[in-house]
Design a protein around this ligand. Structure first.
Ligand code: ATP
Ligand code: SF4
Ligand code: MG
Length: 337
């Protein structure tokens, strides 16, 4: 995504957010157990910027998304949103934060026309201004006014997703969560919608949190990217760092699976296949959570959990051996390459 001039205004400030889901006990004497879906995430995002969040299924991306949109309450930690830094519990429902999810059909009320769906997000704006703002939002997503009278089932999937985006932008929020928002669309529509989001951001300065398991899409739209693993951020870096210079073994392995990398002429890049299942989020390992699958793990890693530290300016990593596994070489032979 084109770099817009970063402003100093923070529109998302997350400090040590934790979300544990208590599981039903298997019996009266059974221990209480909980899923550590998000486990101490701190993130700041400025207006006009996009933060990408990537990581394998179940690592906590959507839970994090639900926390920052107020759909879930954190177990602990603080979340402030918008230019005024309002706690999310107070901002929820005010239009400061909007969200677009993967499945547009289930997000739209089948009994409402496109116009009604978009207008519903406009809160107190009334009369002609209300109509004008709906027209503006429709135009912004490339839909002509004729679409306004249609019902969701009269639209294609891509058009439905455009309506969801129109609804998300119509009240000019400070922040939009996009959780797998383009994942179900075909490649050309994905590209169109990503381009549209980029243009909207340049015009309005809205910040995005862009969640996807598709690292390529994330890199394309984001100014900075956070890689999550079992509820924690293991690496956070400017998007450019994803071309070279990733420091966490999991982030490097994820990057190595991107198919395009082999076409780019990068020398000696091999796909790093991680062996072993990800450990359970119910009882994460005591030391480094990635140790059971890490090709360069040592005893120290299994007993001492690494902290997230700044390796270079703006580049954070949670690893005792940052940079030792690279795209062009695996340090030890027990990783399958
Ligand atoms: N309501 C819930 N109750 C119990 N556990 C939950 C609940 N919601 C999510 N989880 C668990 O929390 C963890 C994180 O789930 P989450 O949906 O945030 O993952 P994700 O990274 O979005 O995955 P995906 O890429 O598959 O969408 C998972 O282990 C999941 O099973
Ligand atoms: S701390 Fe050790 S096990 Fe964890 S990612 Fe780094 S090298 Fe691998
Ligand atoms: Mg998800």
């Amino acid at each position: 995504m084109t770099n817009v001039t970063p402003r100093s205004d923070i529109v998302l400030d997350v400090q040590d957010a934790v979300k544990h889901y208590a599981l039903r006990r298997r019996g009266l004497r059974a221990p209480r157990r909980s899923v550590h879906a998000v486990d101490g995430v701190s993130i700041r995002l400025h207006s006009g910027q996009t933060l990408g969040i990537v990581g394998e299924s179940g690592c906590g991306k959507s839970t994090f998304g639900r926390l920052i949109t107020g759909l879930e309450t954190p177990t602990s930690g603080t979340i402030r949103v918008g230019a005024h830094g309002v706690p999310i519990a107070a901002a929820h429902g005010t239009g400061t934060v909007q969200a677009v999810f993967q499945d547009p059909a289930s997000a739209l009320d089948p009994r409402m026309t496109v116009r009604e769906s978009i207008a519903e997000a406009l809160g107190k704006v009334a009369g002609r201004e209300r109509e004008r703002r709906v027209d503006e939002a429709l135009a912004a997503v490339g839909l002509t006014p004729e679409f306004g009278v249609r019902y969701p089932h009269e639209l294609s999937g891509g058009q439905q997703q455009r309506v969801c985006i129109a609804r998300a932008i119509v009240d000019r929020p400070d922040l939009i969560l996009l959780d797998e928002a383009v994942s179900s669309l075909d490649a050309s529509l994905q590209a169109q919608i990503l381009h549209l989001l980029e243009r909207l951001q340049q015009d309005t300065g809205t910040a995005y949190v862009f969640i996807s398991h598709d690292l390529r899409a994330v890199r394309q739209v984001s100014h900075s990217v956070a890689v999550m693993y079992l509820g924690q951020v293991v690496e956070q870096a400017p998007a450019e760092a994803f071309d070279r210079g990733l420091l966490h073994p999991y982030a490097v392995a994820l990057r190595s699976t991107e198919p395009r990398i082999l076409d780019e002429g990068t020398e000696h890049v091999e796909r790093i296949v991680l062996t072993g299942e990800p450990p359970s989020a119910v009882s994460p390992p005591a030391g480094c959570r990635f140790a059971p699958r890490c090709p360069i793990a040592e005893d120290h890693c299994r007993s001492v959990a690494p902290d997230l530290v700044e390796a270079t300016s703006g580049h954070l990593v949670r690893c005792h051996k940052p940079g030792e596994l690279t795209l062009s070489g695996v340090a030890r032979a027990d990783a399958e390459v």
